[in-house]
Design a binder for this molecule. Sequence first.
Ligand code: T1G
Length: 696
Amino acid sequence: MSNPVSLSVHGPVAVITMDKPPVNSLGAALRAGIADALDQANANAAVRAIVLTGTARAFSAGADVTEFGTPNAAREPNLRVVISMLEDSPKPVVGAIAGQCLGGGLELAMGCHFRVASADANLGLPEVKLGLLPGAGGTQRLPRLVGLETALNMVVSGNPVAAAKLAGTALIDQIVDGDLVQGAIVFAQGVLDKGLPLRRARDLKVQDPQGQAFLQFARNTVGAMSKNFPAPMKCLEAVAASLNKPFDEGVRVEREGFLSLMASPESRALRHVFAAERAAAKIPDLPADTTLRNIAKVGVIGAGTMGGGITMNFLNVGMPVVLLEMKQEALDKGLATIRRNYENTMKKGKLKPEQVEQRMALVTGTLSYDAFVDADLVIEAVFENMDVKQSVFETLDRVCKPGAILASNTSYLNIDRIASFTKRPADVLGLHFFSPANVMRLLEVVRGAATAPDVLATSMAVAKKIKKIAIVSGVCDGFIGNRMLARYGTAAAGLINAGALPQQIDGALQKFGMAMGPFRMGDLAGLDIGWATRQRKANEAGVAFTPIVADKLCEAGRYGQKTGSGWYRYEAGKRDPIPDPVTEQLIADYRAANSITPRKISDAEVIERCIYALVNEGARILEEGIAARASDIDVAYLNGYGFPLHRGGPMLYADLAGLPNVVRALRRFAAEPGADASWQPAPLLLKLADEGKTFC
Ligand code: T1G
């Protein structure tokens, strides 16, 4: 590998430049390169001062997260050694910071004696977002350079701060306009001319007389906000050590915390999610340099909840939208809802009045498809019925210009069949948003058999532009998320039949970390939706419809919150789920009618059955090629279905539980009398378990 570090000499000043694309992550090669260049500069008698800099994009984005858990992570010189080499250099070292200066990158910069930066450089210690804490002296040097409170906020939140805001602290000695390296060389020359002593962060004292009181207040705040995550509190304790312990003792506290967190399942989960979200953008059979189509104008069909939310995503990023409805009244209602949503955001201080007007000015209502003639992308969010979709896509095919991308927001209908209604199936795909579409990050990009590579690549780029996390799905009933949700729901329903009650199942799954248990979720979404789906499927399969308990609730008019009762009952105007004896009686009647003798069910069994049902279906989705990788499935379930972030997703959860243990549990469930065939372990799961491998 070529040396990612270069050394140049400008009069008495040496400049060490880090250039390891894309963001100077501090892997073994870069660390060694810095150390070698530093040795060379210090051995060169003509050199009297040193500048360390990176690229315009990044000084350094920190430790190389892809090295974690590999021998390279500890390969010498490790980051702490390199930082000490900077700090112990007999010649002044000036950090010249542009772009991202994060994590170990900022720790590296704090090893320098002085630092200059571009005003918009981003400085931060985001380790907490990976379930870690700064492990190369950051928790001890930062408080000494910017003060306890600023340092604690930066370390515990993990949020970056622009260099301009840190000017005037010992962290940023000067903001350089124009050529950063030239400015750093001039600064270094000034240090020499003035004979400034080498200022080592480790020698400074944390100036904060009220520090202990502040820390106690912070402990209460951080403790309350970091449920399920140990890192924030360990970050706090490491920073606290900077206040009342000598530097080296504080570093020991930091090191213990770092090693403990690195081994934690929560950090394993957060590091998995960091990599998973970036992997999702990579489509194995699609060249990274696929030419994208230009998307400047978007059409949306349907101004209801979904259509309105979808529209807002584009308005939020300055893209004009033509919004089509069939009737003026529906169009007016939809536009009014969009405006009201923005005004509510404005009332919370998150939007200025002029921004509301700017966004509303970008949406044009219409009652005619003719308004789509120059649209580059049209997304339909009309009624989930194939006949309606056929009419919509036949019309779009007739009206839209060649090259326009035609997308359906359908949550389960067959995209290949929808594409067949047009003469341009290559331009058709699914863009499945999740309600509320302007809030939920997840977007399932459903690739049809005919979908063209550039249509797929363009759609992924659009997703990134509208700040969605896009997952590519193949065509099947329910795509990725809803297909898994169906299995999860069946498992939960099976537990009701067997002897559990909704409140026990919801309680166990919410304690596991699910945002909302399946029965609360059903009451929120409306039980009649599932009722209609089950009747549709029975009809499509040509079999008699056999009602389950949820259908019995619907037959009794209990659709959920919208009817004041479903699995639970609800006080007028409230959403709190209240266990209902009527439901319990209905369940008892169902069990009796089906000769089921209820048994005691543990919370552990609730978790095993519901979560392993997700995992098993995820394995099938993988082996069918519907999802490209297990981590895509995790990203989908974390961002669209409320799976707990600290567990990293259902597939990682299974890996950490041990796939052989998952297989044993599934085999137990499959062996029960009358068990559903879907409890049989998926072949891919069996194979991985047999081979001692994992999904992720
Ligand atoms: N290590 C390895 N690769 C990284 C990386 C890192 N730290 N940061 C980014 N990348 C890759 C990323 O995977 C992607 O790769 C490409 O760079 C562009 O990233 C001891 C232990 C810097 C703000 O947590 O926040 O230091 O997909 O798509 O939107 O105390 O990346 O192109 O193959 O996100 O412009 C602490 C994490 C590490 C920073 C750029 N540092 N990175 O955002 O591009 S732990 C972080 C980011 C540590 C020390 C501890 C962002 C970014 P690919 P991107 P972006």
